[in-house]
Design a protein around this ligand. Sequence first.
Ligand code: SF4
Length: 273
Amino acid sequence: MNNLKVKEIVARSYINPSKLPGSDYVINPYVGCPHRCIYCYAEFMKRFSNHDEPWGTFTDVKIRSTSSRPLDLQEKNVFLSSVTDCYNPLEEKYGLTRKLLLQLRHSGASVTILTKSALVLRDLDVFKQMSDISVGFSMNTTDEELRREIEPCAAGVLDRLYALKTLHENGIRTWVHVSPIFPYLSDWKALLEAAAGFTDSFSFENLKLRSAALPRVLLYITRRHPQLRDIYEQIFRQNDMTYWRALRKEILAFCNERKIAAAVHFSEKTPHE
Ligand code: SF4
């Protein structure tokens, strides 16, 4: 978190209606994200944040909200988080996610968490008090070198697998979001084998590159994997879906054969567009 600019802000509300499939509401306790994934889908949030700095160099902490309007969340799904990681390193100091989970505990909501951080284990005691909670990890490789290059400030592969295993052994429903899949780099079969013993299901999402992420990832590929440069140009600049169609079939066949619960969500749009 070197050089991260942190600002405490008052938000209008912590919880907002969600357009994400399967979620009624979404909570993002932070604006910005210090994990600095090179493909980050949330960078478009800069438009709404009054920041000139590059995405990944600032994070606003919603220390308080002006809204006191209680919501009826009975049988609603609440998702944390869509445009930040609710367990980013600032959560260790601020504990916003923990406070929000404590409030959600008796709301009747079904709560879904998606993170790339092992800090999630801190809240195991809260999860155990919740009637409907599911914790997922975004992972796209077992290769620690690749992970460090594309998700430099998120938890390492082994830390994520350890957190997944610990949650599973404590009776928490877990899932692995194999995302985003980097063509010819993400060893998704090895990841499934590594995580299958401690996850209830897998979902798969393709890499989608918009705005600043497109040149950034293509530059990374050119420097580190030049043999893939033309293939990435074809997939991402020409929007050629041939690779993804073939991969979808391969994933479903692989999972069917091993009786692994899997959902493949490949599309040409970024999740937040
Ligand atoms: S964890 Fe998510 S929000 Fe944070 S930088 Fe990575 S992709 Fe972006």
